[in-house]
Ligand binder design. Structure first.
Ligand SMILES: [Zn+2]
Length: 444
């Protein structure tokens, strides 16, 4: 069995690494079986040179054995993934040449593709380096030892290709170590034209069991891209079978091909638990609100947040929609877990969990004068209240407790504002998940 890693074939103006991988599967199908499902691995969303989603792909080819499931449909017929591959001697260099020919034909001119063909996969530590940080040259050189590989046009994609090969969906024992995405692809002559996918059909597949990320809370489709890439739609879910069984409802435009991907999307793998010494990174931190939320021009919201390592500013920007109303309800002392990318001392919120709410108080109405019944007024700081007509003084009334307008639990921005790696709030398991939040940030 040979593992094939591919990255950096696309660019901001279109193209898509999953499409290149699909073409590789198509070209190799007469000679090789696909072993295990194709994998789409999202890497550090904070690196500067990323294309839209910073996704790399990993495939495995060989002579298939054991159980097989359908993972795709191409014009030439169905694609099956086999569960096992008995040991066979395969020529890695020859396979690399065949893959490179496809990459050269399909990659965008501005891309820096990297392709790796190897019998062994790099250690999993390389994946964690690539999803949370930046892979150093020495690490990459070690990972490439003994493999057949090639970098084109600079070959920046070699690092992503190696990280994709290093990802293991099986490790950890942590819940939701992987999810699935069924990608539908368009005929080549439709690329760049508007996609004809109705909101009604998106609503229909959003009801398919264990799917997520189909729609925004306002009902608008979030699973249909707007870029000129070959992808028609992406249907995400926690299990593969409901996706392949349920996608037919999407339309009226039908995919020319489709392929089911096992992914690290919605795993939160990009979050470190400590702040980076330098550069951008994504973190999850526990702490408390240290100052009242402020609204800035443009509709952005900010608040101070104190955590074990110090204090930073948390931000919810305008595209996060109603999520900002959650931020508006926060009060100093509220205990939170915040998740997002940190840059220059500002954490851009990707989601937050209200762990515990500080007591909220309200100043009661000014008391009436006990002598003449007139409304009293504050006599100044710590000086109580005074009746102007008769001069009677009364003590300041004690503040009244107010029920918070928030419940403990997870909150996040709409799907369309969410990064691929972020697990949606409604998939976060919490002790308080049975409580109904007052703001509807849930979607399907
Ligand atoms: Zn009075």
């Amino acid at each position: 069995m040979l593992h094939v890693g591919i990255d950096d074939t696309d660019s901001l103006d279109g193209g898509c690494t999953t499409w290149v991988a699909l073409r590789v599967i198509e070209e190799l199908q007469p000679d090789f079986d696909l072993i295990g499902p194709p994998r789409l691995v999202r890497l550090n969303p904070d690196v500067l040179w990323k294309t839209r989603g910073n996704g790399a792909v990993a495939l495995a080819f060989g002579r298939g054995a054991g159980e097989q499931i359908q993972v795709g449909e191409l014009p030439g017929g169905p694609v099956f993934a086999h569960a096992e591959a008995p040991p066979t001697a395969l020529d890695a260099e020859a396979l690399l040449e065949r893959v490179l020919a496809i990459v050269r034909a399909e990659a965008r001119p501005s891309a820096q593709p990297g392709v790796i063909v190897s019998e062994a996969r790099p250690p999993e530590g390389l994946y964690w380096q690539g999803v949370r940080g930046i892979v150093r040259d020495t690490q990459l050189r070690e990972a490439l030892e003994g493999s057949a590989h090639a970098g084109l046009n600079g070959g920046r994609g070699l690092a992503g290709a190696a990280c994709a090969l290093a990802w293991s969906p099986r490790s950890g024992g942590v819940a939701l170590r992987y999810t699935w995405e069924l990608l539908g692809y368009r005929e080549r002559d439709r690329w760049g034209t508007p996609r004809k996918i109705s909101a009604e059909s998106v609503t229909a597949v959003a009801a398919v069991e264990k799917t997520f990320g189909c729609r925004d809370p306002d009902g608008s489709p979030a699973m249909v891209p707007h870029s000129p890439c070959p992808v028609l739609w992406g249907l995400r879910g926690l299990e593969p079978a409901p996706l392949t069984a349920g996608f037919a409802a999407l339309g009226p435009e039908q995919p020319e091909r489709w392929l089911l991907w096992q992914t690290n999307q919605a795993t939160d793998d990009h979050y470190a638990t400590t702040l980076p010494a330098e550069g951008g990174a994504s973190v999850r931190l526990t702490g408390a609100v240290a100052g009242p939320p402020r609204s800035h021009r443009g509709g952005h919201r900010f608040f101070r947040f104190a955590h074990e390592g110090g204090e930073l500013e948390c931000a919810a920007f305008e595209p996060s929609g109603d999520f900002r109303h959650v931020v508006d309800q926060l009060a100093p002392g509220d205990e939170l877990e915040v998740c997002g990318s940190v840059k220059a001392g500002v954490l851009k919120l990707e989601k937050l969990r209200v762990i515990a709410l500080a007591p909220r108080q309200r100043k009661p109405p000014n008391p009436a004068c006990p002598e003449c019944g007139a409304r009293t007024h504050s006599a100044g700081r710590d000086a109580g209240y005074r009746c102007r007509p008769c001069g009677t003084r009364v003590p300041a009334p004690t503040p009244e407790p107010v029920a918070p307008a928030l419940a403990p639990g997870w909150y996040d921005p709409p799907t369309s504002a969410r990064r691929h790696l972020v697990r949606p709030a409604r998939l976060m398991e919490t002790a308080s998940s049975s409580r109904r939040p007052i703001f509807k940030t849930e979607e399907r």
